[in-house]
Structure formats: C-alpha cells, structure tokens
Design a protein around this ligand. Structure first.
Ligand SMILES: Nc1nc2c(ncn2[C@@H]2O[C@H](COP(=O)(O)OP(=O)(O)O)[C@@H](O)[C@H]2O)c(=O)[nH]1
Ligand SMILES: [Mg+2]
Length: 446
C-alpha cells in the first residue's frame, strides 16, 4: 500500500522524538520539517502542509504540558491530533432501522471505481448482518450491467438491471420495487466524463427522482490534490453526503487526495485499497492516523513513547554504571521522572532503600527540576557531554539563555557532580535501586 510510504516517513519523524536525548526547540523544528517533507511527498497541498506544521510547532512549543505528562508525550499527542484533524471529522455511520430501507447512490467520473466499490460496500454490509442489494443504473456504458452482475454473483448479493434499457430512472424504479425487503440498496450510476454537463444533469435528475438517503462520491485517489476540484464540482451539482476514495493502494498521492477531499467538509466514509471485493475499509481519521503511524490508537502510541522514555539503551546504561554520567543523561532522568511523579516520591517507592540520599538534595531536586531542565537545554552538546569544560564565560552564557544566574548554573553543576559520585558509590556497593525494572534507568539485560 503506497500510503505506507507516507506512514513510514511520518513514523520515522516521530520516532526521532521518542529517541531524542532531550526535547528542545531544535527537536520540534526538526520534527516539523520532517512532517512537512513527508506530506509534500504525498502530494498534500502546500497550504494545508504549512497550516498543519504551523499548528504542530505552535502547540508543541507553547502549550502548557499537563501534569503527569512529559513534553515528549505531549508532542506526539499534538502530531496525532493535528494529523487526524486535517483528515476530517469522524464520519457518522450509516444507521439502520428495521423496516427502513436505505438507498445509497454512487456518483463519480468514469473509471473512478463506482462499480467495483458498489460491490465492495454491499459485501461490507452483508458481513455485518445487513441485507444489501445492487442496482445498475449505468445505462450508458455497454457491459456495465455484466460487470456489476459478475461481482454481485461472486458475493451472493441480489442485483437488478437491464442491459437493454436506455432510461436509468426506469431501471432504478423497477429495482427499488423488487428490493422492498432489503436494508440497503446501492445504486451504481454511469460516469462518462467529469466535464460533461450531461452527466451532472443526469445525476441531478436521478437524485431528484430516487431521493437517496445518501449520495456517495467515488473519487480516484491517484489524482492527488486535484480531487478537491472534482469534489467541489460534484458537490455543486448534488450535495454530497459522503466520499469514498479509491485506489489508495497504488498511489503515492493518496495523502493528497485524502486531505483535499477532507477539505470539502464532506466526510470520507470508506477507502478502497485494492481491486478485490474485500479491499475496502471504513474510514475513521483517528484510527487511520494511528495505523499510518504504525501503531493503533493514541493510547498505544503514547505507551510506546513511555516505554522509549524510561528505557536507556543497554550500552548507555553500562556507560553510566562505569561512571560516565553526563548532563544529557541527567536531563533524560529529569524528563523520565516528570511522568512518574517527583524525584522524592520516586525514591520512596524503591524497595530496600538502605542508603541515604541527603534530604537537601531531594528537596533541591524536587523544587528545581524545571529550572535545571531549562539550563541544560541552554547548553551546547559539548557542554552536556563534557561538563568539565565549563568556565565562567560559559556559565554566564547558559545563565543568560535560561533566565537564571551564574550561581544557579554553578549549583546545577555541583548537583551533577554529586549525582555522578552517588552513582559511582552505588555501583561499588552493588546496590542499584535506580536501575530496577520500570525505573528511569532500565538495564534488565546489563
Ligand atoms: N488498485 C485498485 N484498483 C481499483 C480500486 N477500485 C477500483 N479499482 C479499479 O479501477 C478500475 C475502474 O473501476 P470501475 O469500478 O469499473 O469504475 P467506474 O467506471 O467508476 O464504475 C477497475 O479496473 C477496478 O478494478 C482500488 O481500490 N484499488
Ligand atoms: Mg461503472
């Protein structure tokens, strides 16, 4: 499925956020840039791309992160929500009431996939205990009836049509008379060309005489963002109730078609993902985005982020155990702790705490976590990796960048040295409560 390519580039983009040792403005900017690239490659309209990326960037950088949620989780949530939003609202499902037959009329230009997808929809409902029937109202194209009949026979769905008929209204009316006991009747219409006024006229008249419960526009997903013009033209002729986007399996432009169509405001109800009669799915934007990103719904996605957050690669954990504990690691600790309650509470949760951490340090850690995070964010990568290089002018710069003062930066560095020393002591004593399962450092395998 070609949408997988869009999915995998989006997934790569957010995975960088999972893995980044630290979340700062540069991380967000890079994420936004990656998302832009992925969407543009999928033929999403530039204006829409800019809109999405602006919203993601603004929310990721400016929105307050609710308590108990890490900045990382928040950013992923923002991406998920904004991508879902641009694919439209959740479509209202077709509701069936006993004794009340629904009529769905399929419209769209020739070759968009009306006939094939008419059969797909019939099968979709049949599988869900709804009794469907098909009517062929395409009296224009020779062989139209035979095509639908073949599909209908394959799925055992009753069909009405007349290959010799010239008048689609008559055919539909006769068909509707036959199918009074059905729950849903799907009417396949002729397509001809999109420019042809005749088609639009026929569609309008059919709609007036059949009075379908829903007019469903079938659009070929391979045309990318051009889908917007087509959807608009149809919508002007007959108000469209819903949209079905086909051929999303073969096209790299699927993202463009979906987003363009969503922009019309008509809900996308189904997507076609192949030539076979079972290649159809109900379209639910949030679920679709989850799958596009390679992982179910938002909760599953956040679980993955949380997992990534508390896990430090084995190699890294070993390095820390051997005494290499950098400011980047310290920052990662702070980030991980944020989602798990305060430092103090965390330490209290640890079983068998037989050593003492100075009370003062606990309080400092609690009260100044946020300040420290900002200070570390203002450092250069070299400073984070090798805090020894700090001199007075570097400290001044960090203080300025983080809205603190030199004394506070000094204090952070002192805390850092203390933490590092403590880790070394723990290592010597072979007591490593910090590194248990589910704790910020996870070195199960080390
Ligand atoms: N790959 C792919 N092909 C499709 C899909 N839907 C329809 N088609 C193909 O598109 C062509 C035109 O379909 P058809 O139903 O005859 O279009 P109509 O003229 O609108 O009735 C046929 O060859 C179908 O097999 C889809 O979701 N994926
Ligand atoms: Mg057809």
């Amino acid at each position: 499925m070609a949408l997988e390519r869009l999915g995998s580039s989006l997934y790569d983009a957010i995975r960088k956020v999972f893995r980044a040792p630290l979340i700062d403005e540069a991380t967000v900017k890079e994420l936004v840039h990656d998302i832009q690239k992925a969407l543009l490659q999928s033929d999403v309209n530039v204006k829409i791309v800019l809109e999405i990326s602006k919203r993601i960037e603004e929310r990721a950088l400016k929105e307050n992160v609710p308590p108990g949620v890490s900045r990382r989780e928040h950013i992923i949530k923002v991406v998920y929500e904004e991508l879902t939003r641009f694919l439209g609202d959740k479509p209202v499902p077709i509701r069936f009431e006993p004794g009340k037959r629904k009529i769905i009329m399929l419209v769209g230009i020739q070759g968009s996939g009306k006939t094939t997808n008419g059969a797909k929809i019939a099968r979709y409902f049949q599988k869900r205990g709804v009794k469907p029937a098909l009517i062929c109202a395409d009296t224009f194209r020779p062989g139209a009836y035979a095509q639908l009949q073949q599909l209908a026979n394959r799925i055992n769905v009753p069909i009405y049509g007349n290959p010799a008929a010239k008048d689609p209204f008559k055919v539909v009316n006769e068909g509707l008379k036959q199918f009074t006991d059905k729950d849903i009747v799907i009417v396949d219409t002729s397509g001809r060309h999109k420019e042809e006024q005749e088609l639009i006229k026929e569609m309008k008249m059919l709609e007036k005489s059949i009075k379908p419960d829903e007019v469903m526009l079938v659009i070929d997903g391979t045309i990318g963002q051009q889908a917007l013009a087509q959807a608009k033209a149809f919508n002007e002729a007959t108000p469209i109730g819903s949209i079905l986007v086909t051929k999303l399996d073969g096209s790299a432009r699927g993202g463009g078609a979906l987003s363009a169509v969503a922009a019309t405001g008509a809900p996308i109800k189904f997507i076609g993902t192949g030539e076979k009669v079972e290649d159809i799915e109900a379209f639910i934007p949030s679920r679709f985005v989850g799958r596009l990103l390679g992982m179910g719904d938002l909760e599953t996605l956040l679980d993955k982020v949380r997992e990534a957050e508390v896990k430090i690669p084995e190699k890294k954990a070993k390095a820390i155990l051997s005494g290499k504990f950098t400011l980047t690691d310290m920052y990662a600790q702070f980030e991980a702790m944020k989602g798990m309650g305060t430092f103090k509470k965390l330490l209290k949760m640890l079983p068998g705490m037989s050593y003492k951490i100075p009370e003062e340090m606990l309080n400092t850690a609690e009260g100044r976590l946020e300040k420290w995070r900002v200070m570390i964010q203002s450092m250069t990568p070299q400073e984070r990796e090798n805090p020894k290089i700090f001199n007075s002018s570097r400290m001044k710069r960090v203080a300025r960048g983080s809205g603190t003062n030199e004394k506070e930066v000094k204090e952070l560095l002192k805390q850092y040295v203390m933490m590092r020393r403590m880790l070394k002591t723990l290592r010597r004593k072979k007591k490593l409560p910090f590194f248990g399962k589910g704790m910020p450092f996870n070195i199960d395998k080390a």
